[in-house]
Write a protein that binds this ligand. Structure first.
Ligand SMILES: *Cc1c(COP(=O)(O)O)cnc(C)c1O
Length: 402
């Protein structure tokens, strides 16, 4: 990498050695190596690649790219975010214990509570906005502190540096799920994290077209351990998907900044609307984690959540909103409206969900690249319908009592 490349926006396009394209042909795009196996030229010395489960040249480019973007020693590309996350947890051994943020991604919650426990790896969920509670949960066998910030779906903010200090003072590794911020806005390794995880299905690829996961380790040694697990499990990203991810990453800077700007405007609009009971967005000065977030991130991101008064109000809103798709997932060019209770957090029992603020009125909104005023006008007409129908209901109830 030449010295003139100091900015992440430039690295998104040119990182991983191929500053001027493919060294063999000059192709500006990374070649897709659809080859499971590689011919070995000599009887006793093998080349860089032997079998694509252990390594593939297209996959390697995206791995080098994410390692450079996150400032880590080693990057690894997985078949999904969950493949990266579960492989990272398999760095542990039977008898170990992990401390996990209580509002972790629903799939991570399921993995920790229903898979990891079968291998005698114990867990404690804590409110990581509370440093004392987190420190008190550490046991003599605790090996990992697992954080996710901003968290999903209530956008709670964890003080990454403070938790890393607690982790390292107790000989624990610090893992951070950086999906919501991406390396554009947040660099946990620069703050001392040992392992950073991504669902690259979201902002990094950005087009709702592939399922992918990435992991970056601070040290080469941890990277080797994780590569060993990946090769043993076989949960690798295919060459075709690796190519698509490389293409998606190139436009991350522009997409993320545009969506963030729109998210800010939408959050402000929602905060002013009386039907909306609460808006969760780290960019709002009213957000309890606002100051910590601004101290550790350079952007507020493109995901926000809103709380409507009832399940019925939420249903009316979802049925009337026209532009966003109503779907699982986030971080794409199209805006995505999700209902965490039955979507991302369906794997969590209702009582656990409610403890985390995931009520029947909570909606998550991932802001895409549509013109922001169109999105606001759309929300406005849907919220007006909610308002009118709840007023009608109140009137009906009132009339019925006579
Ligand atoms: C989607 C998501 C995951 C899981 O990633 P997949 O690619 O769906 O396996 C993990 N963490 C967060 C924060 C996510 O949003």
């Amino acid at each position: 990498m030449t010295q003139s490349i100091n900015h992440l926006e430039t690295k998104l396009i040119h990182a991983a050695g191929n500053v001027k394209g493919d060294p063999v042909t000059g192709a500006v795009n990374t070649p897709i190596y659809l080859s499971s196996t590689f011919h070995q030229k000599s009887f006793d010395t093998f080349g860089d690649f032997d079998y694509s489960r252990s390594g593939n040249p297209t996959k390697q480019i995206v791995e080098e790219k994410i390692a450079e973007l996150e400032g880590g020693a080693r990057g690894l590309a997985f078949a999904s975010g969950m493949a990266a996350i579960s492989s990272a947890f398999f760095l542990l051994s039977a008898g170990d214990h992990v401390v996990v943020t209580k509002d972790v991604y629903g799939g991570t919650y399921r993995f920790v509570t229903e898979v990891l426990n079968k291998y005698a790896i114990d867990f404690t969920f804590v409110d990581m906005t509370d440093l004392t509670e987190t420190a008190q949960a550490i046991q003599s066998n605790t090996k990992v502190i697992y954080m996710e910030t901003p968290s999903n779906p209530c956008l709670n903010i964890t003080d990454i540096s403070a938790l890393i200090r607690i982790a390292h003072a107790n000989n624990c590794l610090a893992f951070v799920d950086n999906t919501f911020m991406t390396p554009l806005y947040q660099n946990p390794i620069a703050l001392g994290a040992d392992l950073v995880l991504h669902s690259a299905t979201k902002f990094l690829s950005g087009h709702s077209d592939i399922i992918a996961g990435l992991a970056v380790t601070k040290t080469k040694e941890l990277g080797e351990q994780l590569a060993f697990i990946q090769n043993s499990f076989g949960s690798i990203l295919g060459a075709q998907d690796a190519y698509q991810l490389i293409q998606g990453i190139k436009t991350l800077g522009t997409r993320m900044k545009q969506s963030t700007k729109s998210a800010e405007k939408i959050a402000n609009y929602l905060e002013e609307n009386p039907i909306v009971e609460a808006v969760y967005y780290p960019g709002l000065a009213t957000h309890p984690g606002h100051t910590i977030h601004r101290s550790q991130s350079t952007g507020d991101g493109a995901v926000l959540s809103l709380k409507l008064p009832t399940k019925e109000a939420t249903r009316i809103f979802v049925e009337n909103v026209r532009i966003p798709v109503f779907a699982v997932s986030l971080g794409a060019v199209e805006s995505i409206l999700s209902y965490p209770s039955t979507m991302s957090h369906a794997a969590m029992p209702k009582a656990e969900r409610e403890k985390r603020g995931i009520t029947d009125g909570l909606l998550r909104f991932s802001v895409g690249l549509e013109y922001v005023d169109d999105l606001i006008a759309d929300f406005d007409q849907a919220l007006t319908t909610v308002k009118n129908s709840t007023t009608n209901q109140a009137e009906l109830l009132h009339n019925a009592s006579f």
